[in-house]
Design a protein. Structure first.
Length: 127
């Protein structure tokens, strides 16, 4: 089965390019520009894995992750950040994030994380 991926990043060019690259790898990808849009989308459709930017205006990735785990705890969340710190990494994991990657990252690395997150989700659900 193909993972349903929700990509959330406020940088339009980055978001569009990454979505295109992930689709070329055979993934089903929905790309949105804000945490609020992502939360609305999760109320309407089920996703397996979310790729979430940390630094976004209005609602940052940490606040978005907190809400996601409240409304859709089954979604595995991979954080993308251009500003990694150990404190942020620990916070992401404590909030239920699956993993994080530094921006920019090779698409192969992101694909590997998405696939392992999807495997963890399906194993947990017994599929």
């Amino acid at each position: 089965m193909t993972p349903k991926v929700l990509l959330v990043d406020d940088e339009e060019r980055f978001r569009a390019t990454l979505a295109k690259m992930l689709r070329a790898q055979g993934l089903e990808v929905t790309a949105l520009g804000s945490g609020r849009e992502a939360l609305e989308e999760l109320n309407n459709k089920a996703y397996d894995v979310m790729v979430l930017d940390v630094r976004m205006p209005d609602m940052d990735g940490i606040a978005t992750l907190t809400e996601i785990k409240r409304i859709a705890p089954q979604v595995e969340v991979i954080i993308l950040t251009g500003h990694a710190s150990m404190d942020a990494a620990v916070e992401i994991m404590n909030l239920g994030g699956y993993d994080y990657l530094l921006k920019p990252c090779p698409v192969e690395d992101l694909m590997a994380k998405i696939e392992s997150a999807y495997e963890r989700k399906t194993a947990r659900e017994g599929k």
